[in-house]
Design a protein around this ligand. Structure first.
Ligand SMILES: Cc1cc2nc3c(=O)[nH]c(=O)nc-3n(C[C@H](O)[C@H](O)[C@H](O)COP(=O)(O)OP(=O)(O)OC[C@H]3O[C@@H](n4cnc5c(N)ncnc54)[C@H](O)[C@@H]3O)c2cc1C
Length: 405
């Protein structure tokens, strides 16, 4: 079918409406650009809104951006790009203040942020909004974008990207199966990862939203963009394994930050429950392979997550959604341990970007899970929402500047 030329054009066209796309859109608009946000289904549909645990930033008295960066490099097994990591950790505190300015209210205690220690971290550094952090961030950013003049293009799935007369031309498939073309000075790719599609191919469970299918990375590669670490996919160590309604649910890592530990069938701790994600997931796989795991009532492998060690007060402040979900399914995690097993969760690698989030294609920017380098081959928990904010802001600003040049 021949594409319909819409005649619509933007300075900056953002693809995707998760935390990174919305941060880029708000930031591009504040830099004076005419912005459009095109997204595959609704503006609300994304992985970002499902994020529970939190977002990292060095606010602790014993912490600093340098220590945060060391933790990222160590967790990535020295595979992350040190310059991107430096940007990520140095700008983290200001990114948090920017989120507060758009309306995010982080949980506080004793006059400061309530900070938790997440897997692979040497300090308490994880800020939370209860256990609906991603929901709070995307809602605030969406409302900030909706309050401005920027265009919304829901049900626009990107299918092709090619150089245009004054920048780039993007082709979309719309809800009615029409094919339309839109021109833009610059493009921000913020279309997330591919773990939903990958899990379907492997016949496994995933924590991801069904829109996490990864075709935008392929489209960018077809246009000539370079990638890195695309094969490095991350398992979340704690997928829900039982009851059936909780299978594939990502049990927040903050359960372990607040005292829950992993136990084998004999009730023994077999790993550092706050180790790096890849190490903890591998330890669970190995324990089950040694025959020291459990079987769920419907016959799937698992180990225990002993959530009874969490103080009720911590659970009520920082895990209310998780408690509600499990109690609604008939299990109280504060009185009995829960079954858990790793589940496909995150695409560590992606499009190669520089410190301004520009890909190897001039005028095409990328931020969030679709971009590679910031986490190397193993991301720390809480650094993805941070990456979305830090590099989303940078992408939006730089894309607006380049579109005007
Ligand atoms: C259950 C869960 C819990 C998590 N918890 C945390 C946490 O506590 N802390 C943390 O830091 N990270 C967490 N993460 C990871 C983090 O939330 C995501 O990696 C991050 O939010 C991704 O944001 P994004 O903007 O890159 O992509 P997404 O939020 O996935 O948004 C991608 C957008 O692109 C759109 N899109 C996709 N394809 C196309 C296309 N072809 N055309 C147009 N639009 C398209 C989608 O519809 C969507 O709007 C969690 C992830 C999950 C799934």
């Amino acid at each position: 079918m021949r594409p319909v030329r819409t005649g619509v054009s933007f300075d900056v066209l953002v693809i995707g409406s998760g935390a990174s796309g919305l941060a880029a859109a708000v930031s591009a608009e504040r830099a004076g650009a005419r912005v459009g946000v095109a997204t595959k289904t609704t503006l609300q549909a994304c992985n970002s809104a499902k994020a529970q645990g939190g977002i990292q930033a060095a606010f602790g008295e014993d912490d600093s951006p340098e220590i945060h960066a060391e933790d990222v490099m160590r967790s990535s097994h020295e595979t992350a790009n040190p310059r991107l990591v430096e940007v990520l950790t140095t700008e983290a505190p200001s990114a948090i203040h920017w989120l507060e300015e758009v309306g995010v209210e982080f949980t506080r205690s004793n006059g400061g942020y309530r900070l938790a220690r997440c897997g692979g971290a040497s300090r308490k550094r994880l800020l939370q909004v209860g256990d609906r952090t991603g929901h709070a961030i995307t809602k605030a950013l969406r409302e900030a974008y909706e309050a401005g003049p920027g265009a919304q293009l829901p049900h626009h799935a990107l299918t092709v990207l090619r150089p245009g007369e004054h920048g780039w031309t993007a082709t979309f498939r719309t809800k009615n199966d029409d094919t339309v073309e839109i021109d833009a000075g610059t493009i921000v790719l913020a279309a997330g990862g591919r773990c939903y599609a990958e899990a379907e191919t492997r016949g496994e469970l995933s924590t991801n939203h069904p829109n996490a299918t990864g075709e935008t990375t392929r489209i960018a590669v077809e246009a000539g963009a370079e990638t890195r670490d695309l094969d490095a996919l991350q398992y979340h160590p704690n997928g829900g394994a039982w009851p059936a309604t909780m299978q594939g649910y990502s049990i927040p890592e903050t359960t372990r930050a607040y005292g829950a530990v992993l136990l084998n069938a004999d009730g023994e701790e077999f790993t550092d429950s706050l180790g790096a994600r890849d190490a903890v997931s591998q330890a669970i796989f190995d324990e089950v392979a040694k025959g020291k795991g459990l079987l769920t009532p419907d016959g799937f492998p698992a180990v225990w997550l002993d959530t009874t060690r969490i103080e009720p007060e911590d659970a009520e402040i920082s895990l209310p959604y998780m408690l509600r979900r499990y109690r609604g399914a008939g299990i109280d995690p504060l009185t009995e341990p829960i079954y858990t097993y790793p589940v496909l969760h995150y695409q560590n690698g992606g499009l190669v970007i520089d410190e301004h989030a520009e890909t190897t294609l001039e005028g095409v920017f990328a931020c969030g899970e679709i971009a590679g380098g910031t986490h190397g081959r193993n991301r720390m928990m809480g650094n993805s929402l941070l990456e979305c904010t830090v590099f989303g802001r940078r992408a939006g600003r730089a894309a607006a500047e380049k579109a005007r040049a």
